[in-house]
Unconditional design. Sequence first.
Length: 375
Amino acid sequence: MSATGAGAGAPRQVGLDLIRALAIILTCAMHFVWAIGAWQFGRDFEMLPIRAARGAGEAFWLWAYHSQHGVYLFFVLSGFLLTQRWFTPPAPQVLRYLRDRAWRTLPGAWLALACALLLLALAGKAPADPWLRWLENALFLDWFRRDDSHHLLIVTWSLQAEWLFYLALPVVAWLAAQGVQRALPAWCAVALCGVIAVAVLKLTSQRGGAYALFFAAGALCAVQRDAWRTTLQRVPWWALLAVYVGVNLVYGWTTPTAARLQSPGFGPFEWHAVAFAAIAAAMVLKAANEAFRDALWVRLGSHIGRISFSIYLWHLLVVIALAQLFDVPGRWSNLPAPGAIALYLCVLTAVTWAVSVASFALIERPYFQRRQRQR
């Protein structure tokens, strides 16, 4: 998930909105297909590699489930965009920067958390001390726990990761400035901070190290944008996309993607993270420098990218609400499988789109309008 918009004073870039669209489509695919796996196949796709499929049909859906790397793509994009703001003079004021990040991320997240708590109450599953639980989730403190029983809205794990990056970035920028004064390239400071963060987080969390790597990869692209631009212009999009798909297919074929299943050491997940960070950073940097011709798919992708944060906040709540309040898709189990799956995906997509557009109009559009006035 990335709640990062265009930098202050800069117009939105079509290429980066298309990257956002790709990332949110992959993220929704993961959660939608997880529900299909439990419903149609009676298996938890989170626990299975693609090679464990029982037939071609299940293999296809397992392959679609392994699109959870959409959130990682958001992290690379955040690293790229926000680092540009801090490494392009004049650097923002820390308090103004944090206030902007708060207005961008927190109102929508807090509303979604309130709706998640209401949904639990309607389903008769309200937690003890609900307002204390909501406050803990609103500050993302629940993700410092070692169990999964305190989370009201699962997608907020990425917002905790984002905010750790938001808080760390001014420090990284300051260290880079000190290095430049001593003739040390800025990219060295960024890379060093990324390596330290990966090492520290890997010792304290089974998945945190990889997330720091994704942010650092995007940050390095921002610092080295001019130096790497010419090289990437020679690489065709089809080659980047082929490598992107290949990296995730190889990992998904052999290993479940759930980060909580990874060992504390350096294993397949870490190798995948290194490879993914490199190819995703190349795609983000190429998209930032690309001029896309006006076409229907570009306009649609740009719109999806623009409202991607709202889609991210609400799509999983739609899955849960349909299941708990309306028994969807359970009530369609008597239908032929292809028709039932198609109907389910259509309903999920339509409801998610409607809720997300409303959320964008209510919460995000005022933020963008206020930032435009400030420019």
